[in-house]
Design a protein around this ligand. Structure first.
Ligand code: ADP
Ligand code: MG
Length: 518
């Protein structure tokens, strides 16, 4: 591909100078400089909490910086609201889409800026303009489709079209690939390359090193609110970027550590049907087994029944049909407490809702599931000493930083909260650990740690069911991989016998279901 049209002699498309934004107790952005050239993809890379979203919210007029200035083509800009940003040619695709579900794609795109013909909105012309833009940039959408019926990928394309319709020259994308399959990600990159050729400037936010190296012309790394580096892609490596992000050397080898000792089946599921909140089938006629000493990973794009499957196994949702057995015992109708007593450890997808009580201390959280029995309690009496001792032991073993047994769980950082949940769930030596998105939102160091503990659990003879949207994580940890698509298993492969390509295809339903290899 021809090199992008970089750095004409004029001023950059966009400049951020010395942006500082403070929140109570934290400097989210500390004197950050960033510039964006015409026809450039500039990646903004950093761990969770590094300040990426804050900086972009400043640029989009959602936050007012405490210090610093913003220039567009050399002209200072005062942003009172996103309206000013849009007027200055800045468009943003948020991490969480901001479309109106009951309206069509075209209506969403032209909303608040409808072409008028007399007093009525001219929808015909809106449809036409949207179709034009859509074919020009290869952003395939159906203008007449209602957003609530559109896939995540289509909604994202609608968001991009919305910005282009408003003539954005600068496009900000905040973690756009988090919700996409590998193929959808490639399609998005093709679109972004086209926009770059067209002379737009793109700020691409991500914490995925491989993607950043694939797409970006230049890379800026933030760490703890500060800009630690800006560099061209040439010469940057995953290792060097990771080190800049984290501030120390990180091992990224991600070597597979296959199991050596597979035992009896621990979890056996047959003919399972589970409905979602609306009563629609989410899991259909599903069969899965997980054996002792094995990590089975369920891969797939969010929303294909994974959440309902995990809820059914852990007693949070009643199956419509089928059987779930743990070590031979039927638990299809078990309550969450009974499932736990039967030997399930659950690292939940939403650690704030189902994992920890943030107002409780670390010690209280550690015993929350078994405060009704020894050694923590006898005959209705709690033994605070035992609670505190256990908490202290787990804090040490799981390297939970930033608190003592008496500290409120809510005062810990996200990564340390997750370590605490892992500690509590694995300490009971459950027969089966269900880890749902266990590393989402964690920084690189904490991810490494959680992965090691899951493997240790397996090597001690435990069964592990991992549910993850991150293909890298699946490929690193799984002894067996199941791809879930529309409530069914679309593909099964041994952990070392799967290609990214076929997994990605199965994740989008483009691969016909086939029987598991013998
Ligand atoms: P990133 O997008 O890189 O993950 P953020 O910009 O979201 O990081 O956050 C940077 C820091 O600012 C974090 O410590 C975060 O907790 C804090 N922060 C972000 N938004 C707010 C807010 N609205 N109020 C208070 N603190 C915030
Ligand atoms: Mg963010």
């Amino acid at each position: 591909m021809a090199p992008p049209n970089v750095s004409p002699s004029g001023p950059p498309l966009l400049e951020l100078r010395g942006i500082t934004k403070r929140f109570p107790g934290v400097v989210a952005n500390d004197g950050i400089d960033l510039d964006l050239r015409v026809g450039e993809v500039h990646a903004l890379l950093g761990e969770n909490g590094a300040g990426k979203s804050t900086l972009m919210n400043v640029l989009y007029g959602l936050y007012h910086p405490d210090e610093g200035s913003i220039l567009v083509r050399g002209e200072p800009l005062r942003l009172r609201s996103p309206r000013d940003a849009i007027e200055a040619g800045i468009g943003m695709v948020h991490q969480h889409f901001q479309l109106i579900p009951v309206l069509t794609v075209a209506e969403n795109i032209v909303l608040a800026e409808e072409p008028h013909r007399g007093p009525l909105m001219d929808l015909r012309s809106a449809d036409r303009q949207v179709a034009e833009l859509s074919s020009r940039y290869g952003l395939t959408v159906d203008p007449r489709q209602r957003v609530e019926e559109a896939s995540v990928g289509q909604q994202q394309r609608a968001e991009i079209l919305k910005a282009l319709y408003r003539q954005a020259e600068v496009l900000i994308l905040d973690e756009p690939t988090a919700v996409l399959s590998p193929q959808e990600t490639e399609e998005l990159f093709t679109v972004l390359r086209g926009l770059r050729e067209d002379g737009r400037g793109i700020i691409f936010i991500s914490h995925k090193l491989t993607e950043v190296l694939e797409l970006a012309d230049r890379i800026t790394v933030l760490r703890r609110g500060r800009r630690v580096a800006t560099m061209p892609r040439e010469g940057a490596t995953r290792e060097s970027l990771a080190e800049l992000m984290v501030g120390r050397h990180v091992d990224l080898s991600g070597t597979r550590r296959p199991t050596r000792n597979i035992g009896r089946p621990v979890l056996e599921i047959a003919g399972l049907d589970v409905d979602d909140d609306r009563g629609l089938p989410a899991v259909r006629d599903l069969a899965v087994s997980v054996r002792a000493g094995e990590v089975v990973a369920v891969a797939g794009v969010d929303g294909n029944g994974q959440t309902e499957l995990v809820q059914a196994i852990t007693g949070l949702r009643r199956p419509a049909a089928g059987r779930i057995a743990l070590a031979g015992r039927d638990i299809s109708r078990a309550s969450p407490r009974q499932a736990l007593r039967a030997g399930i450890g659950h690292i939940p997808e939403d650690r704030h809702r189902h994992g920890l009580v943030l107002e409780f201390s670390i010690a209280e959280n550690v015993v929350i599931e078994d405060h009704f029995g020894p050694p923590v309690a006898t005959g209705g009496w709690m033994h605070p000493r035992a609670m505190v001792d256990r908490a202290a032991r787990l804090i040490k073993a799981f390297d939970v930083r930033g608190g003592s047994p008496e500290t409120q769980a809510g005062a810990l950082s996200g990564g340390n909260q997750q370590k605490l949940v892992c500690a509590r769930e694995m300490d009971r030596s459950p027969a089966l650990v269900i880890a749902a998105q266990p590393t989402r939102g964690l920084d690189i160091g904490a991810v490494e740690f959680v992965h090691d503990r899951l493997i240790a659990q397996r090597d001690a003879g435990g069964a592990v069911l991992l549910v993850s949207f991150e293909l890298d994580e699946v490929l690193e940890l799984a002894d067996r991989i199941l791809v879930m698509y529309e409530g069914r298993i679309a593909l099964e492969r041994p952990g070392d016998g799967a290609t990214r390509e076929e997994l990605g295809l199965a994740m989008t339903g483009s691969l016909a279901a086939e029987p598991a290899p013998a």
